[in-house]
Write a protein that binds this ligand. Sequence first.
Ligand SMILES: Nc1ncnc2c1ncn2[C@@H]1O[C@H](COP(=O)(O)OP(=O)(O)OP(=O)(O)O)[C@@H](O)[C@H]1O
Length: 313
Amino acid sequence: MTKNSNEVVLSAKSITKTIGNRNIVDNLSFDIRRGEVVGLLGPNGAGKTTTIRMIVGLIRISKGDVTVHGHSIRSEFTQAISHIGGIIENPEFYPYMSGYDNLRQYQRMSEGIAESRLHEVVQLVGLQDAIHKKVRSYSLGMRQRLGIAQALLHNPTILILDEPTNGLDPAGIREMRDYLKQIAKEEGIAVLVSSHLLSEIELMCSRVVVIQEGRLVTERVMGQGQNQEGWVTVCIRVNQADAALEVIRSMQEVTVLNQPTDQPELILRLKDDFIPVMVQRLVEHKILLYRITEVKETLEEEFLKWTGGGRIA
Ligand SMILES: Nc1ncnc2c1ncn2[C@@H]1O[C@H](COP(=O)(O)OP(=O)(O)OP(=O)(O)O)[C@@H](O)[C@H]1O
């Protein structure tokens, strides 16, 4: 298993959370691959925290499943969770102890973490200059880094952070963006970050999964990939959206950007020279392709549309 392979490490498969008679998260599916920073974006109350709490097993999934390296969070919890490092609520630290002693304390209470790993995680989050100072002197950004260092101690392949930019100033957000990208690239870790502000995470993430009212509204590849020459976003209309989705999800060259609802249309991101191959595979699976059109909207425009012309936040 190489650190930079395109391997899917976490897969949310049609997850639903029902409370009372309301689906707070509704049939939500997405994958996370090694080395990518994925944003889970949606307005307040969209269901981001509920989704993350289901992924890490803090609340029960009503329907569907989450697999982590192929292990079900529902039926193989211990194996699945061993690959995840998460900060869901603010981590608590002993303020009168140094950052290092806090990590050491955590390491001693956990099984199987070598002391050398402490130095590695401190480097990874860039906290080496302050690690021997007392935590009570830390800024919010530094505490956040220490929390991430702690979450990385057991060598997870997936890091999950719920609204990590909350309360950080622009410089703090920039710093976080830099070290999360570095962790993803150098360690091959997959990172999932939730936020209600596109502006705070658009430069941090290679892909953004947008939810509203618990449902997936779009999935977007961000940054350079978005405007790169030879890449296109297309909308295809087919006779059976579910069957087409299954065929397309098996092709690593294509990213599905939406979840079809009543319209059998899929929005896809791929290299234009891969279009004939994709069409061929759909035909082989007896899926009829009625129309293929290029989509030129920006993510911002799409958000405005999805949020009814209002702001996402
Ligand atoms: N235990 C619960 N009982 C009833 N309703 C709940 C419960 N937990 C969450 N909700 C509701 O589900 C919806 C989604 O909540 P959630 O906290 O997941 O959203 P969010 O996208 O994380 O929002 P925010 O950005 O405000 O944190 C909200 O309307 C919330 O009020």
